[in-house]
Design a protein around this ligand. Structure first.
Ligand SMILES: NC(=O)C1=CN([C@@H]2O[C@H](COP(=O)(O)OP(=O)(O)OC[C@H]3O[C@@H](n4cnc5c(N)ncnc54)[C@H](O)[C@@H]3O)[C@@H](O)[C@H]2O)[C@@H](O)CC1
Ligand SMILES: [K+]
Length: 576
């Protein structure tokens, strides 16, 4: 169930390519030929009949791949128009360019040249790949904007654009477009298909990446021998894992079988279903304690408790203040309840060593969370900290110091900003100045101020250099700083451990998961998995996966109450 594939940063990818070439067993030109062949092959799979293709080639090796695509499609009977940049490419790209020039011309890579030709069936974007260092500007920016729809025809290009490694201008380490606001922009380049090489990069999966890459195919170009690999479960601190390999990314994510991350998928599925020997007793599945808040705010914790039960914790106890106990009298009857008014009562409960996982935050109230957290964290048990517990944490550095490696923090972006304001600030891009009022034009001073603000904004954007600080960087830095697992929620959830291991889960295909209470359910699922004995990073990862699958199972119209009820179906599914 929890299988995935390694993700490499652009620096790691370059290191592997260099190692392969230094070995003398493969040349840069051979790698480029394989890369171009993979792209041409994917195009021919989708467009069965040869048509007209426009190939846009940049100044580096991404452009070199483009010249290979042009040659191979030409040989396959396609009509090919190549537009290339003036710059001198490196030796491999130069060779590929020369090979193309024996077959046809290279037109200038300009908007005019592109628009002068007939409409093509396919446009290949081989302008920039992993080598992007700064925002595209001038004519190149204009042509990329045009492909992104500035000419009013975004749907036309979206159907026809095939990106080599990534849509040009996307930073493959962060999934953001340097020089553009971090939010979706009008003319962001969106491909129908992206063919990337050897491994996905973080930018394929984070922020704008999934939407702008379209369908993502990872092509094997024979670098496996040089890739840093771990024998099974763990990724080294220098590598990152994404999971699952195929399902999570909409509308598709194809990885060669050789690239599947070899986690014991079948064993995990049977473990989740309690089909393993020796798992017959409820106490062998742990006891989760879910702290609840005062009167009239117990719903959130009840959602967490229900999820912990459904994911298979042996016992689950809900712990509101005694005065709120009557509110929790309803179903499920499987849930135990016990009033906990103060830290002393909590310590009393925790004297039972079988209570092995805790969850605090959903509907708890910040003051109650702050009061109980020292006892909870002091107990050293596996603990999920969500919602109000995160706010309490952000207000008290003393509490931060009590976190330990069995803790899982589950902030969304706003909570992350409260707990780690400096890291959140590094994720911010320059913001455009607020629009002036209608009477601005008649006030010269205000007009001048606004023009100055706009100039400063543009200057700040132009200074943005890649690779940009990413959500992955932020989650890893946060985990290293606080010594706990940090799960930064979003459609691109990042989960990071203090030792540098990290996982990315893209669930852009289930936007209906953004609903009140969904986070409470996630916290409960993770608490249940912790109770069942999974280490913090794995509980957080598997919990995220199962949570998204439950949302996928229910579909649009989902409310958070549906999620725990969908878990049995998720656990039953073949392969899941
Ligand atoms: N190195 C290898 O062995 C392989 C690389 N491959 C391809 O090579 C690509 C990486 O190649 P490169 O490292 O040459 O990088 P790119 O081809 O992505 O482009 C980098 C070039 O553009 C310049 N540049 C960067 N940002 C710019 C901007 N905003 N405006 C103008 N110029 C800018 C850089 O100075 C550099 O010359 C990969 O994405 C992949 O497509 C593949 O051929 C597989 C093998
Ligand atoms: K590209």
């Amino acid at each position: 169930m929890l299988h995935g594939t390694e993700i490499l940063t652009t620096a790691q990818m370059r290191a592997i390519e260099s190692a392969a070439m230094a070995s003398g067993q493969v040349t840069g030109a051979e790698l480029m030929e394989r890369a171009g062949r993979a792209v041409a092959g994917q195009i021919r799979l989708r467009w069965a009949r040869p048509g007209l293709v426009a190939v846009l080639c940049g100044p580096g090796n991404n452009g070199g791949d483009g010249y290979v695509v042009a040659r191979l499609l030409h040989q396959a009977g396609w009509q090919v128009r190549v537009l290339g940049m003036e710059n001198r490419p490196g030796p491999d790209a130069a060779r590929m360019k020369a090979e193309w020039q024996a077959l046809g011309p290279v037109l200038p890579l300009t908007q005019d040249a592109l628009r002068a030709g007939p409409d093509a069936d396919v446009y290949v974007d081989a302008v920039f790949g992993t080598g992007l260092t700064r925002p595209p500007e001038g004519e190149i920016a204009a042509i990329l904007d045009y492909l992104g729809g500035s000419g009013g025809d975004w749907a036309f290009f979206r159907e026809r654009l095939v990106a080599v490694d990534c849509p040009s201008g996307l930073c493959l380490d962060s999934g953001a477009f340097p020089g553009r606001p971090r939010e979706p922009g009008d003319f962001d380049l969106r491909a129908r298909l992206t063919v990337a090489f050897d491994s996905p990069k973080p930018g394929h999966l984070l922020e704008r990446g999934p939407e702008c890459c379209g369908e993502l195919v990872i092509a094997d170009i024979g670098l496996a021998a040089w890739r840093i690999r771990q024998p099974n479960e763990g990724a080294t601190p220098s590598s990152i894992t994404r999971f699952p390999a195929v399902e999570a990314l909409w509308p598709g994510f194809a990885v060669p079988d050789s690239r599947r991350y070899p986690m014991a998928a079948r064993r995990q599925a049977s473990w989740l279903r309690k089909q393993e020997a020796g798992s017959g007793h409820k106490f062998s599945h742990g006891h989760a304690l879910i702290v609840a808040g005062g009167p009239a705010r117990g719903g959130a914790a009840r959602l967490s408790a229900r999820a912990a039960l459904r994911i298979g914790a042996g016992l689950v106890t809900l712990a509101p203040p005694a005065e709120a106990l009557p509110e929790h009298a309803g179903p499920p009857d499987a849930l135990m309840r016990r009033g906990v008014d103060d830290p002393a009562a909590l310590r009393d409960m925790l004297a039972d060593p079988r209570v092995n996982a805790l969850c605090i935050g959903p509907g708890c109230g910040v003051e109650r969370a702050a009061a109980l957290l020292p006892a909870i964290l002091g107990a050293g048990r596996a603990t999920v900290l969500d919602a109000d517990a995160l706010t309490a944490l952000s207000r008290d550095p003393g509490l931060m110091a009590l976190l330990h490696e069995n803790c899982v923090l589950t902030p969304h972006a706003g909570e992350f900003g409260r707990v780690f304001p400096d890291l959140a600030e590094r994720l911010e891009h320059p913001r455009p100045p607020a629009a002036g009022g209608r009477d601005q034009a008649s006030d010269p001073a205000r007009m001048a101020r606004r023009l100055a603000e706009l100039a400063a904004y543009r200057e700040a954007l132009a200074k943005m250099r890649g690779p940009l600080y990413s959500r992955l960087d932020a989650a890893r830095d946060a985990a290293a700083r606080c010594g706990a697992v940090v799960l930064l929620k979003g459609p691109d959830t990042v989960i990071a451990a203090p030792d540098g291991r990290a996982r990315i889960h893209s669930a852009f295909d289930v936007p209906w998961l953004a609903t009140a209470g969904a986070g409470d359910v996630l916290a409960g699922i993770i608490a249940g998995l912790l109770a069942r004995g999974l280490p913090a990073l794995d509980a957080a990862s598997l919990g995220t996966l199962v949570h998204a699958r439950a949302a996928r199972h229910v579909g649009p119209g989902l409310i958070a109450d549906d999620l725990p009820e969908a878990l049995p179906a998720v656990l039953r599914r073949p392969g899941g």
